[in-house]
Design a protein around this ligand. Structure first.
Ligand code: SAH
Ligand code: SF4
Ligand code: F3S
Length: 440
């Protein structure tokens, strides 16, 4: 009888992708994934530590596991991901129920480490970071993703934005070989996947450190030639590294969707400098103008940080101002959070929490208004939608995404998942559009 593994994933798409890989490894080791925590033989917690809150979520989940371990002392508990990398052995002290702590670069070693932990009942840590070569890569699609899939193209980050912990927990940048990426994508398309999202903390620097490999734009063009791949997306892009060559791809690669996630963080040059972002607000606006010249319908989404150390009301107004100028289709906005050993931790001019909280709510309110107006302007138009499955809100409706990335829920008959259909947009909601299948 096969054993049961419960996987909890916190954090970004990189972690979701890593969890898929680990699910694949575990299924090769005769672990079937389960949604029932109480019945699990193994619990894998893939953690995030990008902000204090993310870290707290992981600790609170680990705390919940204690009672399960008490009931079943053989329960195998594995902590993976960025918090595992950051805390390493210290996690055992805080959580005596753990068996294995494994950083993001140790995933491919999961089989040997798990076997060792099962055999010796010894606590094991695997958190070395590679300095000279790409850490091992595995692909284990766990069968859940049928229409859309992620493909990691690079790991790590060399940018060291002053607030960010990622370079410390994900290590240096390494790019995967283009041929290997193309092979993985062709394999996924053969299995019926229609949309691929290329993943990396900074996809624009793909290939920069791998001699003889193509640039990111070169990779996009090659993937654009894969037969049967309807849609291609990528995330995340750093504004400083977006090349004209990449911008040009939005005009020439048919499968490349008209959407880019381009985190701006702040609209104030002074704050951008302190964040070590290496672009100015004018640089950012220039990239946006170029993107819109090549691809007028492109939707641009972003990330914003409220209350960075030393942010004045004037700096903050610069952020509100650039949001109005660009009219982002959507934004993730966060309160600044201290993340040792990131450099901003040492900045002395931290803002009081109420100020940060108030600024965050102003950012969110403005973005809500912009997104809603943008969604309203789509009513009466048609959207090309790749159907992913049933809608979350109603099992009688379908859910898919427009090429510009809006979620579209709609009514219509037929066996639609995996198909690209035209939907007449009838209603705008805050986070989605509603409509019905258009008769051609
Ligand atoms: N590599 C991506 C971002 C990864 S982290 C990029 O460069 O765009 C995702 C987002 O979390 C960041 O864009 C930033 O807005 C936010 N973030 C990162 N560290 C943070 C911190 N210490 N406090 C608040 N938000 C943070
Ligand atoms: Fe963090 Fe900056 Fe790297 Fe993004 S580019 S992961 S924000 S250090
Ligand atoms: Fe979190 Fe690590 Fe992603 S810190 S945001 S899971 S890279």
């Amino acid at each position: 009888m096969s054993k049961k593994a419960y996987i909890a994933t916190f954090g970004c798409q990189m972690n979701e992708y890593d969890s898929e890989q680990m699910a694949g490894i575990l299924s090769n080791m005769a672990y079937e994934t389960t949604e029932d925590l109480a019945g699990a033989d193994l619990v894998l917690v893939n953690t995030c530590c990008i902000r204090q809150k993310a870290e707290e979520k992981a600790y609170s989940f680990l705390g919940r596991l204690r009672k399960f371990k008490k009931k079943n002392p053989d329960l195998m508990v594995i902590v993976a991901g960025c918090l595992a990398q950051q805390e390493g052995r210290r996690l055992f002290k805080k959580n005596p129920c753990l068996n294995l702590v494994i950083g993001p670069q140790g995933i491919h070693r999961l089989p040997e480490l798990l076997r060792e932990a099962e055999k010796n009942a010894r606590r094991i840590t695997c958190t070395e970071l590679a300095t000279s070569e790409l850490p091992g890569h595995v692909r284990g699609l766990n069968g859940k993703r049928t229409v859309t899939a992620y493909v990691g193209i690079m790991t790590g980050c060399n940018n060291f934005c002053s607030y960010c912990i990622v370079p410390y927990v994900r290590g240096r940048e390494f790019s995967r070989r283009g041929e290997e990426i193309l092979k993985e994508i062709r394999g996924l398309v053969e299995q019926g996947v229609k949309e691929i999202t290329l993943l990396g903390q900074n996809v624009n620097s793909y290939g920069l450190r791998a001699a003889g490999e193509c640039s990111f734009a070169g990779l996009i063009r090659k993937i654009g030639e894969v037969d049967g791949l309807e849609r291609l997306r990528f995330t995340t892009s750093h504004p400083k590294d977006i090349s004209d060559d990449l911008i040009e791809c939005f005009g020439s690669v048919k499968s490349l969707c008209e959407h880019i996630h381009l985190p701006i963080q702040s609209g104030s040059d002074r704050i951008l400098r302190r964040m070590n972002r290496k672009y100015t607000r004018d640089d950012y606006l220039e990239k946006v103008a170029k993107l819109r010249r090549i691809c007028p319908d492109i939707s641009i989404t972003t990330d914003l940080i409220a209350g960075f150390p030393g942010e004045t009301e004037a700096d903050f107004k610069d952020t509100l101002d650039i949001m109005r100028q660009v009219r982002f289709a959507g934004a993730f906005a966060f309160k600044y959070s201290d993340r040792p050993p990131a450099k901003a931790v040492t900045f002395s001019d931290k803002l009081p929490e109420p100020v940060t909280r108030e600024r965050l709510s102003r950012l969110l309110a403005l973005q809500k208004e912009i997104t809603y107006n943008r969604n309203k302007s789509m009513v009466g138009k048609r959207a090309e939608v790749l159907v992913e499955g049933y809608s979350k809100s109603s099992p009688r409706e379908w859910m898919g995404r427009a090429r510009t990335n809006e979620v579209v829920n709609f009514s219509g008959d037929g066996d639609l998942p995996g198909k690209v259909v035209t939907v007449a947009v009838e209603k705008a909601c805050l986070h989605s559009l509603k409509g019905s299948l258009a008769v051609e």
